[in-house]
Structure formats: structure tokens, C-alpha cells
Ligand binder design. Structure first.
Ligand code: C2O
Ligand code: CU
Length: 442
């Protein structure tokens, strides 16, 4: 067994401790609808002609292949570690998989050593935009590119949130995964620096699935057209209105799906990815110049139309505080400033204990001096309020929530996926420095 910074072997109780309902923990049986083999390697990769980096690849590329599934599919991924030193895993970021398939080294499985393999099985029960990445020494393996996009398409005939107009545009939209990752100083989209042109006839829409795999926020905006934010972290926005001149801030680990119609006059719309590159929507080859970030930001707290949450936060079975702080201490024998959760640094953070079926409230309160993109595994949480201001838009379900310094978010979720689940900062060096907690079913 490899001891990892992610798992801190031995401190979580391992997967046996939470085996309250074994059937829910383990992977589903039966023949898979989607079956792939992903082979990870350490190799040098040319990012631009003449610039190569030390990287980790999946089936020979970084990012690895985009994994496509349809809602309801049983997905089976055989992961083979050919040459990633220290072992590797795959975690399905944003997919509420059974605990045994969560891919957290030291918690739900051992890291797959060089020459080993591990089979992940899960049902892709929610359509949306996700990604996969190693969860062994993640701050290093993710940075080096052991990752890829996962797109789950809605089952045919599934209802589309957002009214007839949006449904028509979405039904006919060109689907564009846009995984953003930095290799050294170079920001790339789908593994290449610069713009990603997509040939979309005038009047037709593109659904651009932005995936932020870096450690900091990614501001996204659209130059040359209006747009709709149709999904956040894999969950559809209810009745997304058309907006212009707004930036969408995608937290580390987060996803934002933008629906953009190619301009009728044959010009292009630029889905700007932080400013260094863009997805260029329009007739292929049409010229376009970078645009400036708008001053206003789209706030998911107020965007879209309210709809039932599917849980009653007033009848919570448990309420937790998750206070993020900073304190001097020792980690792996080294002194320094570390992040704290309720005054403790991982692995000494007490677990949040829940029982199956609980409605859980949590207040994430950041008093640490810097922002943290908080990521809960195995569940989505709905935002109830920020700094005491109640959410008033579409239900904002998220798995990767940017919590600014001094901000406090009230969130709620249903404990409906037994196991031991990480709840950590996705600025991955922060996780290494102790900003990790676990949710455990008792
Ligand atoms: Cu994207 Cu715990 O990870
Ligand atoms: Cu952080």
C-alpha cells in the first residue's frame, strides 16, 4: 500500500469502516454499455512545436480521451498504470459514483502500482459535464495531465430544463468539450494552446462545456454574442435567460456549459477562456480578435428561475460548520502555515458523520485569508445562501464551490450515497497542506 498525501493512509478508517450498506458501496454488476481501457504513462509531450513537458498521459495523450456516455449507461473503465511512478488512480470528478469507484488512493482503494490495473464501474445516472483525474498525489499528477473530460448526454427524449427555445437550441447544438489545463506557463484547451475553432453554421448553437482543471478560477465570457449558462457542475440551470457582457467564474474543478448561437451575419462568437485562448464559434476560418473581460459577473445565486430543491433545508437532520482557517503547525514533519478545518489540520480533522437519508446542512465559512474551491465527493450540494443572502435563482447545485475569503456559504444536500467521501479544497496544493475533511456514513 502506498501512503499518499491525499489519503494519509490509516487515518480515515478505510472503506471497511463505512460498510453499512455494502450493496450501495460496490459497483453495479451486469454487462457494461460503455467499456474502455485507459492506460496511463509517464512521457514527454509536445505542447507546441519545440516545447515539450514531462507529463502523464492516458492512451498516449494529455488530456486523455473524452469519455462519452449516455445517461443511464453502465460505464466500465479498466485503468492500467503502465509507468506512472508511485501509483495512480482515476477519480470521476462530479459524478456521484458508488464509493468503491471513487478512486481516492488511501481511502477507497490503493493506488494502482506500475504494472497494475483497477476496474471502475458506475452508472452515469446524471447527464452533464464532468472530468476524470488521478487522485494519488493529485497536486502533481493532475498538474502533469493525468486527466480527461467525461460527457454524459441526456437519454433521448429526456425533458430539457429551460423552455422551448432553449430546448430547441440545445437539441440541435454542436457539442464542444473544452477542457482547460495549464502545462507550465501555457494554458491549453483540449490539449492545445491558442484558439479552438468550431465550425457552426450561422443561427445554430454550440454547447461549450468548459472544464476548469487548474488550481485557480477561470473567468469565461463571450465576445460577439449573447449566451446562456445552461448548466453548472453537470446540473441544468432552470430557465436560463440570455445575457451579454457577463463573466462566468468557473472554480477550480468546476464546469460551466455555455449555449452560444453562431451570429446570423456570419461573424464569430468567442467563448473566452481566461483571455489567453477561446472557443471560436462560427464559420470555420472567420477571423476574430480577443475581447475584453466584462466588468459584471454572472452570479449563479440569482441567475435563472427558482424551482423545487427536492429537499427541505428547514428539516435538516444534521448541521455542520466547515470553518476554514490558517494556523502554524507540522505536516509530515515539516513546520509551516497550514490550512485548518474547524481548527484542525488533516489528517486530524474529525469526520462529519451522517446517516443514510439525512438532510444535511453545512455552513462553509472561510476565514483563512485566501479563496478556496471546495469540492465534496459523491454528492452535489445546493446553495441556500451566501453571507446570509438567500439564493433567489435556479437551484444552484454544485460540487466545486468557490468560497472567497471572508465569505460564508450555507449549503444543503441529501446523504444518499453511503461511504467515506472527501470534502476538500481543489486548489490541490492546499489539500496537500491539510485542507481536507471527510464525510462518513455511520
Ligand atoms: Cu477532483 Cu478530490 O477531486
Ligand atoms: Cu484552498
Amino acid at each position: 500500500r502506498v501512503t499518499t498525501l491525499d489519503g494519509h493512509d490509516g487515518h480515515t478508517g478505510g472503506h471497511d469502516a463505512a460498510a453499512t450498506s455494502v450493496d450501495a458501496l460496490v459497483a453495479p454488476s451486469g454487462p457494461p454499455d460503455v467499456a474502455v481501457t485507459f492506460t496511463a504513462r509517464a512521457e514527454r509531450v509536445e505542447i507546441v512545436p519545440g516545447t515539450t513537458v514531462d507529463a502523464y498521459t492516458v492512451n498516449g495523450t494529455t488530456p486523455g480521451p473524452t469519455l462519452h456516455a449516455t445517461q443511464g449507461d453502465l460505464v466500465e473503465v479498466t485503468f492500467v498504470n503502465e509507468s506512472v511512478p508511485g501509483g495512480a488512480t482515476l477519480h470521476w470528478h462530479g459524478v456521484d459514483v458508488p464509493n468503491a469507484a471513487d478512486g481516492v488512493a488511501g481511502v477507497t482503494q490503493d493506488a494502482v502500482p506500475v504494472g497494475g490495473s483497477f476496474t471502475y464501474r458506475f452508472v452515469a445516472s446524471d447527464a452533464g459535464t464532468y472530468w476524470y483525474h488521478s487522485h494519488q498525489v493529485s497536486h502533481e499528477q493532475v498538474r502533469k495531465g493525468l486527466l480527461g473530460a467525461l460527457v454524459v448526454s441526456p437519454s433521448p427524449g429526456a425533458p430539457v430544463a429551460g423552455g422551448r427555445d432553449v430546448a430547441r437550441l440545445l437539441g440541435d447544438a454542436v457539442d464542444v468539450p473544452a477542457l482547460v489545463h495549464r502545462y507550465g506557463p501555457r494554458r491549453t484547451v483540449q490539449g492545445a494552446p491558442g484558439d479552438l475553432p468550431v465550425d457552426v453554421p450561422a443561427g445554430r448553437a454550440a454547447r461549450v462545456r468548459v472544464i476548469n482543471t487548474d488550481n485557480g478560477v477561470l473567468p469565461v465570457w463571450v465576445g460577439g454574442a449573447a449566451f446562456r449558462l445552461v448548466a453548472v457542475d453537470g446540473t441544468d440551470v432552470h430557465d436560463p435567460p440570455e445575457v451579454r457582457d457577463r463573466a462566468v467564474v468557473v472554480p477550480a474543478g468546476g464546469r460551466a456549459d455555455l449555449l452560444v448561437v453562431a451570429p446570423a451575419d456570419g461573424s464569430t462568437a468567442r467563448v473566452e477562456l481566461g483571455g489567453a485562448s477561446a472557443v471560436v464559434v462560427g464559420q470555420d476560418g472567420a477571423a476574430s480578435a480577443p475581447t475584453r473581460r466584462p466588468k459584471a459577473t454572472l452570479d449563479p445565486l440569482t441567475y435563472g428561475t427558482p424551482a423545487p430543491l427536492g429537499l427541505d433545508p428547514a428539516r435538516a437532520d444534521r448541521s455542520f460548520d466547515y470553518v476554514v482557517g490558517r494556523a502554524p503547525g507540522f505536516l509530515d514533519g515539516k513546520p509551516g502555515m497550514h490550512w485548518t478545518v474547524n481548527g484542525h489540520t488533516y489528517p486530524d480533522v474529525p469526520m462529519f458523520e451522517v446517516a443514510q437519508g439525512d438532510v444535511v446542512r453545512m455552513r462553509i465559512d472561510n476565514r483563512s485569508g485566501v479563496p478556496h474551491p471546495m469540492h465534496l465527493h459523491g454528492h452535489h450540494v445546493v446553495v441556500l445562501a451566501r453571507d446570509g443572502v438567500a439564493a433567489s435563482g435556479s437551484p444552484w447545485w454544485t460540487d466545486s464551490l468557490e468560497v472567497g475569503d471572508g465569505e460564508a456559504y450555507d449549503v444543503a444536500f441529501v446523504a444518499d450515497n453511503p461511504g467515506v467521501w472527501m470534502d476538500h479544497c481543489h486548489n490541490l496544493p492546499h489539500a496537500t497542506q491539510g485542507l481536507v475533511a471527510h464525510l462518513m456514513y455511520t
